[in-house]
Design a binder for this molecule. Structure first.
Ligand SMILES: *Cc1c(COP(=O)(O)O)cnc(C)c1O
Length: 357
C-alpha cells in the first residue's frame, strides 16, 4: 500500500510505537502468556499498567496532589451528565462555542439551572466569545477548550472567579496545562491520547461533595477516585493503548516538546492556507485551533471542492473532509500527526493551485 496521511478528527491517528507494543500485548501481555484482551483486571500485571497510566498522566501534565485522575467508559458525552450530577447545585454557566459545548449545556439543563454565558453561534461558531462577565454565584463555568468541529481553541488557562470545568477531549496533552486552575478536566481519549472506549477525568478532590442530591454510584466521581478507577471492570484494552500512547509522549520529550512540534505543524498549514489563493481559513485568526485546521475553497473557487477532495485522496490524504456543519475541509493534526504529514498536505494544496492557474 502507498503511504497515507491520516487527518481523521477521531478516533485519531496513534503513534506507531504504541500500535507496535499493542500488537505484542495482543499476543502476550507482559509475559503472562495471556492476551491483553483476556487479562483479568484483578492481576498484578494489570495493576502495574493501571499505576503506570495514572503516573504518566500525573507526570506529563504535572498534576498536583490536590487532583486525582480516573479512567472510565461511556465517552465524553456521558461526562456531560457526570458534570451536572457532581457539580450542579444552584446554577451553572456554559460557554457555548460549538456542538459539543451546546450538548454539555443541554445535558446540564436536564438536571438543574444552566445557561449559556456567551455564544458564538451567530457566526457558525468560528470564534471564541470574549469579554463576558462571570457572576460570582455560579457553581461552575464550563468551557470546551478545543472545538473539534469548527477549529477554534482556548489556549490559555483562564483565571476564573468560580470553579472552572473543561472538556479537553480534543486538545488534552497537546500543550502544557495549569491543572490547578480547574476543578475538573475531562474528555474522551480518542482525539489525542488513545483509542475509543475510555475517558479521562482529572478531578480536584475537595471539589466533590458540594451538591445535596443523591448521585448514583457509577455516576459519582468519588466512587472512582476511591477505587482508583477499578470499582467495576475498566476498559482494559483502551487503557492499555492509552498508556502506550502516553509512553510515546514521554519518549518524545513530554507535553512541552509535543507542544512545540504542534505549533510548528499548525503554523505550516495555516501559512499555506493564508498564502494559497484557492483556500481560506474559517476560524478567526486569533482563535485558531492547533489541533483541527478548518478551511474552505476561496470565493470564486467553491465549485472545485469535490475536485480538491478527490485530488488530495489520490495523493494519500485521508480524513480531510470538513464536518457537515462547516463544509469544506478539516485537517486534524493531533499529536501523532507529523510535520511530514502536514507538509504532504501543503504540497497537495500547492499543486492544486498550480493546476488551476
Ligand atoms: C468528540 C468530542 C466529544 C464527544 O466524545 P464522545 O467520546 O464521542 O462522547 C465531546 N467533546 C469534544 C470537544 C469532542 O471533540
Amino acid at each position: 500500500m502507498s503511504k497515507v496521511h491520516v487527518f481523521n478528527a477521531g478516533p485519531c491517528l496513534l503513534p506507531q510505537q504504541a500500535i507496535d507494543s499493542t500488537i505484542e500485548a495482543l499476543k502476550d501481555f507482559k509475559g503472562t502468556g495471556i492476551s491483553v484482551l483476556s487479562i483479568s483486571h484483578r492481576t498484578k500485571e494489570w495493576d502495574q499498567t493501571m499505576d503506570e497510566c495514572r503516573a504518566l498522566w500525573k507526570e506529563l501534565l504535572h498534576i498536583p496532589d490536590t487532583h486525582e485522575v480516573v479512567f472510565l467508559g461511556g465517552g465524553a458525552s456521558l461526562q456531560f451528565l457526570y458534570v451536572a450530577m457532581n457539580y450542579l447545585e444552584k446554577k451553572a454557566a456554559y460557554l457555548d462555542t460549538g456542538v459539543w459545548a451546546h450538548k454539555a449545556l443541554v445535558e446540564a439543563q436536564g438536571i438543574g439551572e444552566a445557561y449559556a454565558i456567551a455564544c458564538s453561534k451567530d457566526r457558525n461558531y468560528c470564534y471564541i466569545p470574549k469579554g463576558f462577565e462571570i457572576p460570582s454565584d455560579l457553581d461552575y463555568l464550563h468551557i470546551t477548550t478545543n472545538n473539534t468541529i469548527y477549529g477554534t481553541e482556548i489556549r490559555t488557562d483562564m483565571d476564573c472567579p468560580v470553579p472552572l470545568i473543561a472538556d479537553m477531549s480534543s486538545d488534552i496533552m497537546s500543550r502544557p496545562v495549569d491543572v490547578s486552575k480547574y476543578d475538573l478536566i475531562y474528555g474522551g481519549a480518542q482525539k489525542n491520547v488513545g483509542p475509543a472506549g475510555v475517558i479521562f477525568a482529572i478531578i480536584r478532590k475537595d471539589s466533590l461533595g458540594r451538591v445535596s442530591r443523591h448521585i448514583p454510584t457509577m455516576l459519582n466521581y468519588k466512587t472512582h477516585i476511591d477505587k482508583l478507577s477499578m470499582f467495576n471492570t475498566p476498559p482494559v484494552f483502551a487503557i492499555y493503548v492509552m498508556t502506550e500512547t502516553l509512553r510515546w509522549i514521554k519518549d518524545m520529550g513530554g507535553v512541552e516538546k509535543i507542544c512545540e512540534i504542534n505549533e510548528k505543524k499548525a503554523l505550516t498549514l495555516y501559512n499555506e492556507i493564508d498564502r494559497n489563493s484557492m483556500f481560506i481559513g474559517t476560524a478567526d485568526k486569533c482563535d485558531r485551533s492547533r489541533m483541527n485546521v478548518c478551511f474552505v475553497m476561496a470565493p470564486g473557487h467553491e465549485d472545485l471542492q469535490d475536485e480538491f477532495l478527490a485530488f488530495a485522496k489520490g495523493e494519500g490524504m485521508v480524513g480531510i473532509k470538513g464536518h457537515r456543519s462547516v463544509g469544506g475541509f478539516r485537517a486534524s493534526i493531533y499529536n501523532a500527526c507529523t510535520q511530514e504529514d502536514v507538509e504532504a498536505l501543503v504540497k497537495c494544496m500547492q499543486e492544486f493551485e498550480n493546476m488551476h492557474k
